[in-house]
Design a protein around this ligand. Structure first.
Ligand SMILES: Cc1ncc(COP(=O)(O)O)c(C=O)c1O
Length: 457
């Protein structure tokens, strides 16, 4: 064994460790040569070559308040000096306070939280809670969803090619459609799409044993990695009625959409629809410390007063995470970041629509708040997708990865390598008009490199 105090850390060595010792997410390991980041502030980050770059993705839609906010760093340090963490069977002040804050900011009577370490864990807990509470096993998942990389959350990520990998002990999942207006086969009228989608979902519920078999439906209120899909306004109120009719719990996965991303505290607030369980992560601490959370209604919470709550984790409610989350959530309120997301989101959408006028490779632009997607097509009339569904899991280049590479050369990170045909634009909620102009102008330049894939109509 080498002397661990003298591990060489020059550039060549670090590059080698990165390749020889680290698994990188979702990819062929031989294709990895990641840039090394040495610092970040606000919407910018600096790579080892000294170049400052624009983060137009908030690090996969997590760093909502921007990088390295001193107030959060101080809160983490203060907590670290007092108590870094303790066994979850004891109370700590930061966990108790965070529980109360989460009750304040979430809709309806969502109030009991199980605090974990990330989005996938939050969904694992949500699914277990729903199954234990209802005594039923089946979970409805919607096509074109991503809920996380572990067992149950990966199983309910229906239609995301990453879920095709072997996952042991798969959850009993029943896929249902989601109302994706741009690609709905039977209508392009949002009201009709919502109604047809609900009718189709109801038939599936009946075939699958309805109120005897189905515990819950899990969904992203606005689908993220699979395409920034905004539902018609009628959909969620109608889905709530359907769930109540069949005794099915609604699990809203707000891991990406929560904490102001869509211009409201939570995306479900757009439709005044309260789920029974809500999962969250990313924006809860803005990525400063890993954290996920699963919050349930009072009714579900009361059930577990006298029934075994059969879930747990060593780091549930970790003190550093809770201190960071409380500070971050206060910042959303004091700095009016939810309002800024709504206002700047309108501007981002408008500017993105202007991009569509210039670039034939864009077939649709949609979004809410600072969560906007550009859907890429080969042909606007036929809507033929630019890349096939399974491109994400195939080796080698594709036009979307070319775009991601070009963005990197131009000094910007956007979510261009996700499995869908959509590039997501999601700058931190502190973004100004000038930041948005800069990001749009870089995107404009980068899109020129793939415009030739579009057939002229
Ligand atoms: C909607 C949604 N749910 C769950 C997850 C999983 O979260 P994590 O990567 O923190 O496990 C993600 C991650 O991108 C997500 O977008």
């Amino acid at each position: 064994m080498n002397d661990l105090n003298n591990i060489p850390t020059n550039k060549e060595n670090l590059d080698k460790y990165e390749v020889d010792n680290i698994y990188h997410s979702w990819g062929y390991q031989s294709q990895n040569s990641p840039m090394r980041v040495v610092g970040a502030k606000g919407l910018r980050f600096t790579t080892e070559d000294g170049r400052e770059r624009l983060d137009f993705s908030s690090c996969f839609v997590s760093h909502n308040i921007g990088h390295q906010d001193q107030r959060v760093i101080d809160a983490i340090c203060r907590q670290a000096q007092k108590l870094t963490s303790f066994a979850p069977s004891f109370s700590t002040e930061p966990r108790a306070v965070l529980g109360k804050i989460l009750e304040e900011v979430t809709p309806g009577d969502l109030s009991y939280s199980f605090i974990s370490l990330g989005g996938t864990e939050a969904n694992e807990a949500a699914i277990k809670i729903a199954q234990q509470y209802t005594g039923k096993r089946k979970i409805l998942g919607r096509y074109r969803s991503y809920h996380g990389g572990t067992g149950a959350s990966m199983s309910v990520s229906c239609g995301d090619p990453r879920s095709w990998a072997v996952v042991s002990g798969k959850t009993e999942v029943v896929p249902v459609p989601q109302p994706y207006v741009y690609r709905w086969p039977f209508s392009d009228n949002p009201t009709e799409v919502a109604e047809q989608c609900i009718k189709c979902t109801e038939q599936i519920i009946q075939f699958e044993g309805g109120d005897e078999q189905i515990a819950a439906i899990i969904f992203e209120p606005i689908t993220g990695a699979n395409g920034i899909i905004v539902p018609p306004d009628e959909y969620f109120p109608r889905l709530r009625e359907l769930c109540d009719k069949y005794g099915i719990l609604m699990i809203a996965d707000e891991v990406m959409t929560g904490f102001g991303r869509t211009g409201k505290w939570f995306a479900m607030d757009h439709w005044n629809t309260v789920p029974d369980i809500m999962s969250m992560a990313k924006g809860i601490t803005s990525g400063y410390v890993p954290m996920g959370n699963t919050i349930t209604t009072k009714k579900i919470g009361k059930y577990f007063q006298e029934q075994m709550f059969s879930h747990g984790a060593t780091y549930a409610g970790h003190a550093l995470g809770c201190a960071a989350a409380a500070e971050v959530i206060k910042i959303y309120q004091t700095d009016n970041l939810i309002e800024n997301s709504a206002v700047m989101g309108e501007y981002l959408l408008e500017k993105s629509k202007e991009l569509m006028e210039k670039h034939p490779v864009i077939g649709d632009v949609r979004g809410k708040g600072l969560f906007v997607g550009l859907e890429l097509v080969k042909n606007r009339t036929t809507k033929e997708p630019l890349i096939p569904l399974d491109a994400k899991i195939r080796k080698g280049m594709n036009p979307k990865l070319e775009l991601a590479k070009r963005l990197g050369e131009l000094g910007m990170m956007a979510m261009a390598a996700n499995p869908s045909n959509v590039v997501a634009l999601a700058p931190a909620l502190i973004a100004t008009k000038a930041d948005i102009d800069e990001g749009i102008s870089i995107m404009d330049e980068a899109l020129k490199s793939i415009d030739h894939y579009a057939e002229q109509n």
